[in-house]
Design a protein around this ligand. Structure first.
Ligand SMILES: [Zn+2]
Length: 155
């Protein structure tokens, strides 16, 4: 079911400005909104979400546009925070609103995995590990640098 706004949805509340992501929106289109994750957060952890409440990409063109924005965002995360990898994930369980997590997997995060990398455990660890969280100033600077990188790529 697609509605414009669901008052119980965290993604809708951020879209409406009721909850404010650090540094503001990085990129907006009619269908998508790219923002930094809410604090506390690892610097460079981004969320791409539908600009209105929906539980999936409703059209092929929306899906293709979302893929393009994720590509731009991943390039910018790599350039700005220099992770080993960028993980992409979309669960839409606790928050059903269509959204994608873009997670910078830094070198120091490899310890949470069973092998060389961090894997799915990174998701929970990014919320729990306060020693991984950046200051709001650092995150705002990161957002500004990511925004500038994307603007340069799309000029
Ligand atoms: Zn929503």
């Amino acid at each position: 079911m697609n509605v414009l706004f669901d008052e119980n949805c965290l993604a809708c509340k951020t879209n409406a400005g009721i909850v404010k992501p650090p540094g503001g929106a990085i990129l907006m289109t009619d269908s998508w909104r790219l923002e930094h994750a809410l604090l506390p957060a690892v610097a460079g952890r981004l969320i791409l979400k539908a600009s209105s409440h929906r539980e999936g990409d409703s059209t092929r063109s929306m899906s293709l546009e979302g893929a393009d924005i994720r590509w731009l965002a991943i390039c910018a995360i790599k350039a700005v925070v220099r992770p080993v990898r960028v993980y992409e994930a979309s669960f839409c369980e606790d928050v059903a609103h269509a959204h994608y997590h873009l997670l910078p997997r830094m070198e120091y995060m490899s310890s949470v995995g069973g092998g060389d990398g961090a894997g799915i455990r990174i998701f929970e660890a990014m919320n729990r590990r306060s020693d991984w969280h950046a200051s709001s100033e650092t995150i705002e600077e990161t957002v500004e640098a990511i925004r500038a990188h994307i603007e340069k790529m799309t000029r």
